[in-house]
Design a protein around this ligand. Structure first.
Ligand SMILES: Cc1cc2nc3c(=O)[nH]c(=O)nc-3n(C[C@H](O)[C@H](O)[C@H](O)COP(=O)(O)OP(=O)(O)OC[C@H]3O[C@@H](n4cnc5c(N)ncnc54)[C@H](O)[C@@H]3O)c2cc1C
Length: 288
C-alpha cells in the first residue's frame, strides 16, 4: 500500500543522543515527549507540526540521581522521566515528597505512564510547577550547541517560544533543614480532574521566625511565587497579621474567570488554603 505524504504529513526524528539534534532545534520543529498535551491540542484543532523531535531515546534526559554542582547537592531528574517514574521513585519521595504528591494528583495512571515531567514543565501550566517553584528548582536547556542552567522562576518569566530549546534536566537542591512542605490541588471533583487552583508551600520555623516560600498554579494560571505574602510571613513578628496575609495572598497573583468558576472564587480558595495550612503549622510549632 502506498502511503502518501498527505496521510502522514508529520515526520518524527528520534535522536539517540544530544549531539544528533544540533541542527534540529529550528523554527517549525516541535519537541515531543509523552505527547499527552500535544495530542489534546491537535484534537482541539491546533495544526499538527510538520516535524517532531522525540525525546524518547535521549539518554541525557533519563535517570534520577544525586549530583553535586558548585558544592551544592541536587537531585537531578531527567526531563524525559515519566510522571509515574517520579511518583514511584524512592529518592524523590525522600527528598521532595511534595513532588511525588503532585505527581499522584496528575491525571489517571495511563496518562502518568506516558506524560513526562519535562512536558509538564514546558507546558507552563503543569501541576508540578508550583511544587518545583517552592523547591527552587533549576532547569538545564540545550540550545543545539550547549546546555545552560536557569532557575525555573526566571524561565517562567521569559516569553520563551515553545520548543526553541530542549529541557534536559531538572535540579532540585537537597536541603537538610527541618521543614514542612505542602501541595494542595482543588478541582471540580476529587480525582482525575484539572485544577481550579493548586498551591504549594515550604515552611521553616525557628524561635518565632518563619521562612516561607509560597507558590500558586493550576488551571490556566501562570505559576508564580507569592512574594508579597512571603515577605509578610518572613517579617519575624510574634503575632502574624492573618487578615493582612489573607489580603496579600489574593493581591499577589492574577486569576481568571471561566464558565464554571470566577477569578474572585479562585483567589478566595487559594487564600483559605494557605491560611488554614500555615495557621495549623504555626500552632503546632508553638506547642512544641
Ligand atoms: C486526560 C488528561 C488529564 C490530564 N491531567 C493533568 C493534570 O491533572 N495535571 C497536569 O499537570 N497535567 C495534566 N495533563 C496534561 C499532561 O498529561 C501532563 O502535563 C504531562 O506531564 C505532559 O507531558 P508530556 O510528556 O506528555 O508532554 P508533551 O505533550 O510531549 O509536550 C507538552 C509541551 O512541552 C513541550 N516539551 C515536551 N518535552 C519537552 C522538552 N524536553 N523540552 C522542551 N519542550 C518540551 C512540547 O513541545 C509541548 O509544547 C492531562 C492530560 C490528559 C490527556
Amino acid at each position: 500500500m502506498k502511503i502518501s505524504a498527505e496521510t502522514y504529513p508529520t515526520s518524527v526524528e528520534i535522536p539517540n543522543n544530544l549531539s544528533d539534534i544540533q541542527n534540529l532545534i529550528v523554527q517549525h520543529n516541535t519537541i515531543i515527549s509523552g505527547g499527552t498535551i500535544l495530542q489534546i491540542n491537535w484534537e482541539a484543532g491546533v495544526e499538527k507540526p510538520k516535524h517532531l523531535i522525540s525525546t524518547e531515546k535521549l539518554p541525557e534526559l533519563k535517570g534520577i540521581e544525586e549530583v553535586r554542582l558548585d558544592g551544592q547537592l541536587y537531585m537531578r531528574i531527567g526531563a524525559a522521566m515519566t510522571i509515574s517514574d517520579c511518583l514511584n521513585n524512592s529518592f524523590v519521595r525522600k527528598n521532595a515528597s511534595i513532588l511525588a504528591e503532585a505527581c499522584e494528583k496528575i491525571a489517571a495512571p495511563a496518562v502518568r505512564n506516558r506524560g513526562t515531567i519535562g512536558g509538564n514543565i514546558c507546558s507552563k501550566i503543569g501541576d508540578t510547577i508550583p511544587v518545583l517553584l517552592v523547591l527552587e528548582a533549576q532547569l538545564s536547556f540545550y540550545n543545539g550547541e550547549q546546555e545552560k542552567m536557569i532557575s525555573l522562576r526566571k524561565w517562567l518569566a521569559k516569553p520563551t517560544p515553545p520548543s526553541s530549546e530542549l529541557l534536559t534536566n531538572i535540579f532540585i537542591p537537597i536541603i537538610n533543614a527541618q521543614n514542612y512542605s505542602f501541595f494542595k490541588k482543588i478541582g471540580r471533583r476529587e480525582t482525575f480532574t484539572a485544577a481550579i487552583i493548586s498551591v504549594a508551600g515550604y515552611l521553616e520555623y525557628e524561635e518565632y521566625n518563619i521562612k516561607a516560600k509560597l507558590s500558586i498554579g493550576g488551571g490556566a494560571h501562570l505559576p508564580c511565587r507569592l512574594t508579597l505574602a512571603e515577605e509578610e510571613l518572613n517579617k519575624g513578628m510574634k503575632e502574624i497579621d492573618w487578615s493582612c496575609l489573607y489580603k496579600k495572598i489574593q493581591d499577589d497573583f492574577s486569576s481568571y474567570t471561566d464558565p464554571f468558576v470566577t477569578a474572585d472564587y479562585r483567589k478566595k480558595v487559594a487564600a483559605n488554603l494557605f491560611l488554614a495550612t500555615i495557621k495549623d503549622f504555626v500552632k503546632k510549632q508553638r506547642k512544641e
